[in-house]
Ligand binder design. Structure first.
Ligand code: SAM
Length: 213
C-alpha cells in the first residue's frame, strides 16, 4: 500500500501542468459543482473571513468558489501557480515552500489533495501545515481508508486516524459523503472523496447539504 519509492508527487504534478494537463476530473462538472456548493455555503454560513487553499490546482475549482478577499492559493507546482495568477490577478498565490511566511487563516482547504500525497514525509508535512495554518476550521475533501490503487499518483490513506493521532486540538465536526460515490464504469463523474470538516474542540459549525445536481 505504500507508494513507489521512486515516485515524486511534486514532479508528477508540475510535469502534468507543464504538459498542458489539468487538475483532474474532480475539478470539473458535477463533482466540482458539489465541492463548490458545500464550500461556498460553509464559508457564508460560518462567516469565514480568510482562507488558505492548500493545493489550489489550475484554478478550475477556484473559479466556482465564492471566497473572501483574504485568500491565498498554495500549490507545489509552479506551473499551476502561474496559471492561477494569470486567471485570477486579484488573488494571491504562493509556492508551498513559502507557507512558513503565511499568517494563519480562519479556514484551510484541502480539496482532492490528500490522496495525491504519495510519499509519507510529504503527507505528514502537508497535514501538519493544513492544521497549523487554520484558526477555526479545516475542510478536507478526500478519500479515507487504506486501499490499493493502480495509479501511481494516488495513495488512499486513513487520514482521519492520522489526524486523531497527531492533532489533539482538533475534532471532526462533520462528515458529508459526496452524492456520486466512485463507480469504476464512470470514473470521471464519480468520486471516492467525501467532505470532512474539523474544528476546535469547543467549536460548532453550520453545514448545509446541497441538493443533488
Ligand atoms: C487533483 S488536484 C486538486 C486541485 C484543487 N484543489 C481542486 O480541487 O481542483 C491536486 C493538487 O494538489 C497539488 N499538490 C500535490 N501535492 C501537494 C503538496 N504537497 N502541497 C501542495 N499542493 C500539492 C497538486 O499540484 C495539484 O494541483
Amino acid at each position: 500500500m505504500s507508494g513507489s519509492p521512486m515516485f515524486s508527487s511534486s514532479a508528477y504534478w508540475d510535469g502534468r501542468y507543464r504538459a498542458g494537463g489539468g487538475s483532474g476530473a474532480g475539478s470539473l462538472g458535477r463533482l466540482a459543482r458539489f465541492k463548490a456548493a458545500v464550500v461556498n455555503r460553509f464559508v457564508q454560513d460560518n462567516r469565514v473571513a480568510s482562507v488558505i487553499d492548500l493545493g489550489c490546482g489550475d484554478g478550475s475549482q477556484l473559479a466556482l468558489l465564492e471566497l473572501p478577499r483574504d485568500y491565498v492559493g498554495v500549490d507545489i507546482s509552479p506551473a499551476a501557480l502561474m496559471r492561477c495568477s494569470a486567471r485570477f490577478p486579484n488573488r494571491l498565490f504562493m509556492p508551498y515552500e513559502m507557507i512558513g511566511c503565511l499568517p494563519a487563516a480562519e479556514l484551510t482547504l484541502s480539496l482532492d489533495v490528500i490522496y495525491h500525497l504519495v510519499e509519507d514525509t510529504v503527507f505528514a508535512e502537508a497535514m501538519q501545515s493544513l492544521f497549523a495554518l487554520a484558526t477555526r476550521f479545516v475542510a478536507i475533501y478526500a478519500s479515507n481508508g487504506e486501499a490499493d490503487w493502480p495509479a501511481p499518483h494516488v495513495r488512499h490513506r486513513d487520514f482521519t486516524r492520522h489526524v486523531a493521532e497527531t492533532q489533539p486540538d482538533w475534532r471532526l465536526l462533520a462528515h458529508l459523503p459526496n452524492p456520486c460515490p466512485f463507480d469504476p464504469k464512470h470514473p470521471d463523474d464519480t468520486s471516492f472523496a467525501d467532505f470532512y470538516i474539523y474544528g476546535r474542540p469547543a467549536a460548532a459549525c453550520t453545514l448545509h447539504i446541497p441538493a443533488a445536481d
